[in-house]
Design a protein around this ligand. Structure first.
Ligand code: FUB
Length: 369
């Protein structure tokens, strides 16, 4: 295992003390990316440096469009809401797209690509987005709460990767919960993976309809199969589901679905699909145990076999990510809260991900034995 631990604790202290407080909603600008050296603090990881420090960003969905790298993150703000288990502190209101010609090069922060005021059905909580491109149109997918406090997933279209995007009048019919991730397979078919438990409300849809009386964090299902992410093929127009969403089932080594009480391994939120050769990697966050985990299958629907963790807990509560190939390497975009030390004011980072000869994936991580 390569070890890249380069800095010591006093250096981290300097970085934290010197960390600039992002001035929000500045116009688009260019800045050089800081040196990508890993550091560590109290067993938490600062594997690389924030991509931008002018605004707070999280939940990065990276794509390569026309040879250039675009990152679709959440745009964190301080709404003055205290932390709770439902993520009420993540009261984001718009999206801005990051772009770069190469990893390690200057990062451009786009202007506002879409704001909640421009979405007829949405009221608040613009959480983790994703994007896709088809037939000359760019699609921005995003979760938001409607006026009744229920999460749905919306879609907006634009002529350029950075927007501006125009939202559809209504959410995607049949959509619910959070964290859309759109994967396009080699045959051109696109699939949306989505869902998140606790504040993401997946448990409230367990019976096939929204049930507000279902508890937010006490799922009472420790001995039952865990709630799953959902996947649905998208219609050719990329604006609706072409089928009833299916469960993304993750199997343990015994061939049975992971149980709800298996907090180190079960799905919580932050779906992503990465394909290498004929292997489909379903990657996700374990939420309250703060791992990024992966499971593999031989088709986009699964079932997927649980394989392990590929990112140990970073500083901050949430763990969200994307995986993309660029420049002959595989890259993991993720986030922590190095700049602010606050759960709801996060910063996006990128580091290399290794795909081993046996198909396993891992960080260059000094803390993995
Ligand atoms: O950023 C808000 C929410 O926190 C995301 O939707 C989740 O994946 C978690 O990162």
């Amino acid at each position: 295992m390569r070890r890249l631990l380069g800095f010591t604790l006093p250096v981290v202290g300097m970085l934290m003390a010197a960390g600039p407080a992002p001035a929000q909603d500045k116009p688009a600008q260019e800045k050089p990316t800081a040196a990508s050296e890993p550091v560590a603090l109290n067993g938490k990881h600062f594997l690389s440096q924030p991509l931008v420090s002018e605004i707070y960003t999280a939940d990065p969905s990276a794509h390569v469009f026309g040879g250039k790298i675009y990152v679709y993150p959440s745009h964190d703000i301080d709404a003055g809401i205290p932390d709770d288990d439902l993520g009420s502190q993540y009261a984001m209101r718009d999206y801005r797209v990051l772009s770069m010609d190469r990893i390690g090069g200057p990062v451009t922060i786009g202007g506002v690509a879409l704001s909640v005021e421009q979405v007829p059905w949405a009221k608040e909580f613009m959480w983790a987005p994703d994007a896709a491109f088809k037939n000359g149109t760019y699609y921005l997918y995003f979760p938001a709460k409607d006026k009744d406090g229920v999460f749905h997933i919306g879609v907006a279209t634009g002529a350029t990767p950075t927007g501006p995007f125009k939202a559809e009048a209504k959410p995607i019919p049949g959509s619910f919960s959070i964290d859309p991730a759109v994967f396009t397979d080699a045959d051109g078919a696109s699939y949306m993976y989505y869902g998140g438990i606790w504040g993401g409300q997946l448990q409230k849809w367990a019976k096939g309809h929204y049930d507000a009386s279902v508890g937010d964090t006490d799922l009472k299902q420790d001995a039952l199969p865990a709630l799953t992410a959902k996947v649905a093929k998208l219609s050719p127009d990329m604006k609706s589901f072409a089928e009833k969403p299916r469960d993304v089932v993750i199997l343990g080594e015994d061939g049975k679905p992971l149980l709800g009480g298996d907090h180190d391994r079960r799905f919580f939120e932050a779906s992503w699909m990465y394909k290498r050769g004929g292997t489909y990697y379903f990657t996700y966050s374990t939420g309250d145990t703060h791992f990024l985990a992966y499971a593999t299958g031989d088709n986009p629907y699964g079932p997927f076999k649980y394989q392990g963790h590929f990112l140990l807990p970073v500083q901050g509560w949430t763990t969200h990510h994307s995986i993309v190939d660029w420049g002959g390497k595989t890259w993991l975009f993720y986030a922590d809260n190095q700049l602010s030390g606050k759960n709801h004011l996060r910063n996006v980072k990128v580091t290399e991900l290794h795909v081993n000869a046996d198909g396993s994936i891992q960080m260059v991580d000094p803390f993995v034995p």
